[in-house]
Design a protein around this ligand. Sequence first.
Ligand SMILES: Cc1cc2nc3c(=O)[nH]c(=O)nc-3n(C[C@H](O)[C@H](O)[C@H](O)COP(=O)(O)OP(=O)(O)OC[C@H]3O[C@@H](n4cnc5c(N)ncnc54)[C@H](O)[C@@H]3O)c2cc1C
Ligand code: FES
Length: 288
Amino acid sequence: MAAEADSPRAPFGRRACEVADSRESGGYRIFTLIDAEGPAPAAGQFYMLAAAPDWAGEGGRPYLPRAISYARVTENPKGGVRLDFLIDEVGPGTSRLARMKQGDECFVAGPFGNRFSLPRQLNEGAAGAILVGGGIGIAPMAVLRRELVNRGIPSRSLLGFRDQAHSGGVDELFGCEETRLAFEDGSYGHKGFVTDLLLQLLEGDDSGSAAIYSCGPPAMLEAVRRICADRGLPVELALESPMACGYGACFGCAVPKAEGGYMRLCVDGPVVRGDQIATAMAGEPAVG
Ligand SMILES: Cc1cc2nc3c(=O)[nH]c(=O)nc-3n(C[C@H](O)[C@H](O)[C@H](O)COP(=O)(O)OP(=O)(O)OC[C@H]3O[C@@H](n4cnc5c(N)ncnc54)[C@H](O)[C@@H]3O)c2cc1C
Ligand code: FES
């Protein structure tokens, strides 16, 4: 799996972290937690979050914490780190997280999972990286982009959204340089899928110099995986699957491997190489 040995390990158990900020962004919500005790996470990792008040509320849901990728990490002046998360309200857990206010407490476990490889680890001949993000999946791409900038590695970002109401985080998390946008409704940028932009870019590029990374909805990830497989291009995909524990105990997150058998996405992923899986369509969400 992708460079798992480098990934910081989560402290045992969950800890209460203070919400430092919460703001609207293009139909999504960005909130900031102060994690005074946790280690700095690595690009691709995620946390299991549960709002301290009102969790397991009406009808018992949300009961389990929710897996959320971090979108930015900065040093906290008083110790530990400040973590930004980008949230799309699709159900009771994400809605509750989005309703948290400054000063509230959030239970945090993590960071979990593995990290993205660097371009030369993924492809020896890589001159830089192409990042393909869709919807809420732009969060891990923003983290990876920042790491590549810090290391002086060139990258181009291709970001796709359904419409303006589901397009948060672009201005705050990505610079406009080397970033191209696609909107399915044609309201801005390219009208169509972000994979159209990837195909355009690959036509103009020496394919051998590309290291490709992607995170987004399963159908988009599967399209990226196929585009890369057809051209023999190395790609890392940050996948999603239903997660109940985050540390490998429940097997709720198991996805089939290309060679047969299963991997647990919370420990063997969420970052996987395209050739490790038969499909990026991970399966039905669990309810909990
Ligand atoms: C590694 C990882 C990173 C993630 N990062 C983020 C992130 O950064 N930001 C973010 O917003 N989300 C992220 N997610 C997704 C988020 O954890 C899930 O969408 C989570 O289930 C949301 O919880 P919920 O209670 O809001 O919605 P849920 O009730 O769990 O529903 C989630 C979605 O599944 C659908 N659904 C629920 N039950 C069923 C069912 N039985 N059959 C079919 N569809 C169903 C709902 O309609 C909804 O669209 C991540 C997930 C993983 C695994
Ligand atoms: S979420 Fe429990 S094993 Fe992966």
